[in-house]
Ligand binder design. Structure first.
Ligand SMILES: [Zn+2]
Length: 375
């Protein structure tokens, strides 16, 4: 059986390209992971997600443990079979979403109890329970259970939270055990403080993980603050393991993160935007409900090869959005995911060819040339 492993094939400055090998297939890096919150990437069939170029999906422990429950998914053969996606799946630990979605949270050293945002029922998550749930789901890449403090938080609160997350990382490692073919990633915390990031990275390296995530970013600190952390934090992590920046982001966030040595990212943005009439293109963000598209026979993006751009005009996309037809969210989501995966493929090729800076310059020039709608 193929074991979990990571091969770096080229670097360009701090940026890297390579392949993560798993028993369920290869993940080309830098990789963008579409989010399949409730065992579906909203408005997309799994084969359509794959057709955009996605090698891996993200599933949410918090949502799946509440509905339909991890135990039910396990009885039905695991998450891959349940949602008809046979390629790799990464699941988050539930920690972040408990903090952002659940109510009546009670946080202790042991873990967190909370009430479901769906029906108010009471639940518990801890490092051990999170590892159990992610095993029941059958995910290929399991995330350590951590706590992300709500912003704004002072440095003392960030430090206290980070050290709790590091104790939980150790418990996650112990509870995960030895599972050949499956990977466990640790999550670096420490906010925007260099010393805390370094302390967190050292602790995670001492424990030892198959990959390392950067948590506590893209939570409202702004792009400039995020990039300033990414200027140094990836360098605290082992060069021979994947680095995953959680919850990022907009296309320019992704490009900046890849330039700084990030290998994996995830975000709901391309799929969520697709359902609200927003299209991301190489020439900027298009708001399809804007009246200027009403008579426009052109596609969203002439250079895009997705079904929405090959077969439909902006006028049609405007019409079906206005008429609240389901195909509107389907086509715009497909386009957005296709654009994101095209961007990742372009980044990978540029790094492999040693011409990332030229690629990034062109990326910014095309956006500046502009086709951007006011929101
Ligand atoms: Zn398109």
């Amino acid at each position: 059986m193929t074991q979990f492993s990571f091969t770096l094939s080229a670097t360009d400055g701090a940026a890297r390209t390579g392949v993560i090998h798993t028993p369920r297939g290869e993940i080309r890096t830098p990789a963008f992971m579409p989010v399949g919150t409730a065992a579906t990437v909203k408005a997309m069939l799994p084969e359509s997600v794959r057709a955009t170029g996605a090698d891996i999906l993200l599933g949410n422990t918090y949502h799946l443990m509440l509905r339909p429950t991890a135990e039910r998914i396990a009885r039905l053969g695991g998450l891959h079979k349940f949602m008809n996606w046979e390629r790799p799946i990464l699941t988050d630990s539930g920690g972040f979403q408990v903090m952002s979605l659940a109510s009546l949270r009670k946080l202790t050293e042991e873990g967190v109890t909370f009430s479901s945002h769906i029906d108010g029922s009471k639940h518990h998550l801890s490092p051990e329970r999170s590892m159990e749930i992610q095993k029941l789901l059958g995910s290929d890449i399991v995330m350590a259970f951590d706590e992300c403090p709500a912003l704004p938080a002072d440095e003392a609160a960030v430090a206290k939270s980070m050290r709790l997350s590091m104790r939980w990382a150790e418990r996650s490692r112990d509870a995960f055990g030895d599972r050949p073919g499956h990977a466990l990633f640790g999550i670096m915390q420490g906010g925007v403080t260099r010393e805390l990031r370094e302390e967190s990275a050292q602790k995670l390296k001492d424990i030892g993980f198959d990959g390392y995530a950067l948590g506590g970013l893209a939570v409202g600190e702004g792009q400039e603050a995020m990039f300033s952390v990414l200027d140094y934090a990836p360098g605290f992590l082992p060069a021979d393991k994947p680095r995953y920046l959680m919850g990022v982001g907009k296309p320019d966030d992704i490009v900046g993160a890849v330039e700084r040595g990030i290998d994996m990212m995830d975000c709901v943005l391309p799929s969520r935007s697709g359902r609200t009439g927003q299209a991301w293109t190489r020439r900027g963000q298009i708001n399809i409900k804007n009246a200027r598209h009403m008579d426009d026979p052109r596609p969203l993006d002439e250079a895009c090869n997705c079904p929405a751009c090959r077969n439909y005009s902006r006028a049609y996309l405007h019409h079906v959005f206005k008429a609240q037809e389901m195909i509107s969210g389907m086509l715009l989501t497909w386009h957005n995911l296709h654009y994101y995966q095209d961007l990742m493929a372009g980044l990978r090729a540029a790094i492999a060819a040693g011409r990332l800076s030229a690629f990034v310059a062109e990326f910014h020039a095309e956006r500046a040339a502009g086709d951007i709608d006011p929101l």
